[in-house]
Design a protein around this ligand. Structure first.
Ligand code: HEC
Length: 132
């Protein structure tokens, strides 16, 4: 095997390993478990999922069906394939920060405007929702 071939093979291995591990790091399209949250995750999407399921923070499952949770709230639409309804992450950020912009009579709390969540927390929630 020539040096270049060996290098290429090594790079293939690294890329292959990256592909294998990437979906795990991306919260895999479901809410993390309380156990995963207790382990202090550092991945922003996983952290966002932990905010979503925390009953004193997002508590989003009270109103929404979300994969990985079992409360199956039915006041708002099921949160699946969320990306299909938002052109980009900032539009989704806006929906969480202040849903009254899109619907003045919404039942959804303005998490940002009412200081329930910080902007940094909402950004992580958006990263999580983007994986659903
Ligand atoms: C008290 C009920 C309630 C809670 C709590 C709530 N929502 Fe909602 N949500 C709604 C309703 C109702 C809608 C329907 C659209 C509207 O009225 O704005 C909605 C719409 C949405 C949408 C738009 C869905 C789409 O595909 O158009 C997203 C995204 C969303 N909510 C995310 C969240 C997240 C994330 C949380 C937690 C941080 C949350 N919601 C908490 C009631 C709620």
């Amino acid at each position: 095997m020539g040096t270049m071939t060996a290098l290429r093979a090594a790079r293939g291995l690294v890329i292959g390993a990256g592909l294998l591990f990437a979906p795990l790091a991306l919260a895999a399209g479901r809410a993390p478990t309380p156990k995963e949250c207790a382990a202090h995750p550092t991945n922003p999407a996983v952290k966002g999922g932990c905010i979503v399921i925390n009953r004193s923070l997002g508590n989003c499952m009270a109103c929404h069906v979300i994969a990985g949770t079992s409360m199956d709230g039915n006041i708002g639409p099921a949160l699946r394939d969320v990306r299909a309804n938002f052109p980009n992450k900032s539009a989704l950020f806006e929906q969480i920060y202040d849903p009254t912009i899109n619907d003045p009579h919404t039942a959804m709390p303005p998490f940002g405007k009412d200081h329930i969540l910080s902007k940094a927390q909402i950004r992580e929630v958006v990263d999580f929702l983007w994986t659903l």
